[in-house]
Design a protein around this ligand. Sequence first.
Ligand SMILES: [Zn+2]
Length: 342
Amino acid sequence: MTTPKLNNSMVILRLAKDLGIKKVSNPVEDILKFCEKRIKKILKEFPDCKTLNGLLDIAAAKLNTEFREIFDEEDLFSIKEHFVGKGEKIFSNLENELNDQVLGITFKIRNCESWEREFVSVIDCRGEKGFRAYFTKWHEIAHLLVLTDQQRLKFMRTNLAASKMDPEESMVDIIAGRFGFYPPFIQKNARYTELTFERIDAMRAELCPESSLQAALIGFVQAWPEPCILAFCKLALKKNQQALLAQQRFDFHSAPTLELRATKTTSNRSAKDSSFIIHKNMRVPKSSIIHVLFDGYQDYAEAEENLSIWESSDGRKLPDINITVRAKRYNDGIVALISPIE
Ligand SMILES: [Zn+2]
């Protein structure tokens, strides 16, 4: 769900009220501020914490949860046995609970000794899910940050499909994205005015080596103080063609044509403030270095261009802004970092 939709969601409004936020004007921002207050309080106790991985650990400790990672079946059964053996029946169906769609589950421990943590967050790191483990951990932490009724909770399950539909899950993802890449940790690096792939790699290695490359790209772009756009580009159909294809309504003459498009884009806050935006699914201009790289054999290219070469299908051009484009091969397409030239 997008932020404007979430701001109109009754569930999110109620969550903000339940958290005790008195004046709710922009529920998503208000809830983020509420969480930031809690994170800042935690950080005050641990002034030596300098990395995002470190922040994750102390947040888990302060929010009273313990991460248990599952890399294979053996891990799964030993965790299950351990907790069932302690009388926590809720773990007895763990192998079925962690189906293909579930990334993590936070359980409330019933027979918790005073020195033990009150929750256990089981993180599924098997196969492809492993790439998301860092984000899944932050997602579970985010749930605990906005947990309003501790007593009612037995467990929270993080389901891939639900994340797209459920307002609270979407809100929790936004919180995870904000604190998994908490801006104050990243902005120390802003003396390097432009964000490059090398800079992102270096910050990732230093601050959060556990995060996946994709999460790091999005997270660091969002936290960067200078305007920046991240665009994942690959061959794709126009939106209305996607709908026609889904209904199989193409005839011989209107066969769909795949073109290089910016299928996933992120503009950070400072970019949005200055209307520096590339719309989702826009066609990549043939003359852009992104297209040139895609058609060629190199792994990386950069160039100075003008944003106005980007044009939507109705002929409208993006604003006249000189930009630096850094483009790199990524999976079956290209990922690009785009920043304005001062
Ligand atoms: Zn969740």
